[in-house]
Write a protein that binds this ligand. Structure first.
Ligand code: PEP
Ligand code: MN
Length: 337
């Protein structure tokens, strides 16, 4: 961190600021120029709040040199993290594919979709039991019954389950009943939820917030890691931009940014990004080509009658075709599917 002081600062005030900064555990190296005085802060600056330093009337500007996330940072953890779940890996050479309906609707629906996506090569089943809907009048999910039906689908197919949590009160139950706990875009900055999930050792899939920067997203991952939970998987699902043709704008450059900045694996969800079923396959291919560690795809047996997100759900036969088309793309970038 670099602190640029206003011209001609009084020496006593500089000494006072230096002491205040050193109390926070860093070494302060001053550089006296002809016009400006600059303080270089050396050491772990993660506990120094730049806005508080900038509030000091002596200070012109504070520049952060290092990223504010430490445990999510590739600099301090160069080896890629591989999250192991029920005999499957996320972040290893094989592309992890999570597929299934937006919401669990009936026993027949979830078991039949699970069997179809498994046969096509998916390694995880997704299904929302608790749904974060914009309208309070929209289908809110089957809730606890949905979790029960997911468990039946896992029993029937052997596929590990990914499902979204909305409340910290349900953590114990989720930890028992699902294999990966999903934190949805709307809860990416629900810090109380993240802190609680940091305390358990269950894998967490952290979706990018609707308008979150890559840094904010990685800071949310930092909450989980700092709490002691090392099994964190990120998921890019599109961000809100001025463009309204698509539901969101899929930010594939975020995959590259995360790969550069962090050791955490990253999936791409083209379904929630596009909001249009006919875009899903091509965006999924682009995601694999760009280096995503996996995909999350909404698959429904009868999208026209889906209780949630039918417009962006592909059918099982489309999913099967997509998996075949993805194989050569994965091979071309040195991965397998
Ligand atoms: C979902 O995966 O069903 C979902 C609601 O996604 P997001 O949080 O990305 O909107
Ligand atoms: Mn959905």
């Amino acid at each position: 961190m670099i602190v640029i002081l206003k011209p001609k600062p009084p020496a006593a005030a500089v000494a006072e600021l230096t002491e205040m900064l050193e109390k926070q555990g860093v070494r302060v190296d001053p550089v006296y120029g002809t016009d400006l005085t600059i303080l270089g802060l050396v050491g772990d600056t993660s506990r120094i709040d730049p806005s508080r330093v900038e509030a000091n009337r002596l200070v012109e500007r504070v520049m952060s040199v290092a990223e504010p996330f430490k445990m999510a940072n590739k600099l301090f953890h160069p080896e890629p993290t591989v999250v192991e779940v029920a005999g499957r890996s996320i972040g290893a050479n094989k592309i992890a594919v999570v597929a299934g309906p937006c919401s669990v609707e009936t026993e027949e629906q979830i078991i039949s979709v699970a069997a179809e996506v498994k046969a096509a090569g998916a390694s995880f089943l997704r299904g929302g039991a608790f749904k974060p809907r914009t309208s309070p009048y929209a289908f809110q999910g089957l809730k606890y019954d949905g979790l029960r039906l997911l468990a039946l689908a896992r029993q029937a197919t052997g596929l590990p389950i990914v499902s979204e949590i909305m409340s910290p009160h349900d953590i114990e139950l989720f930890a028992e009943s699902v294999d990966i706990i999903q934190v949805g875009a709307r809860n990416m900055q629900n810090f109380d939820l993240l802190k609680e999930l940091g305390r358990i050792s269950k894998p967490v899939l952290l979706k990018r917030g609707l308008s979150a920067t890559v840094e904010e997203w990685l800071m949310s991952a930092e909450y989980l890691l700092a709490g002691g939970n090392r099994q964190v998987v990120l998921c890019e699902r599109g961000i809100r931009t001025f463009e309204t043709y698509t539901r969101n704008t899929l930010d594939l450059s975020a995959v590259l940014a995360v790969k550069k900045l962090s050791h955490l694996p990253v999936l791409v969800d083209p379904s929630h990004a596009a909001g249009k079923w006919w875009m899903v396959a091509d965006l999924a291919k682009a995601a694999v080509a760009v280096g995503a560690d996996g995909l999350m795809i909404e698959v429904h047996n009868d999208p026209a009658h889906a209780l949630c997100d039918g417009q962006q759900s592909i059918k099982p036969d489309g999913f099967r075709a997509l998996m075949e088309e993805l194989r050569p793309i994965a091979r071309a970038v040195g991965r397998e599917l």
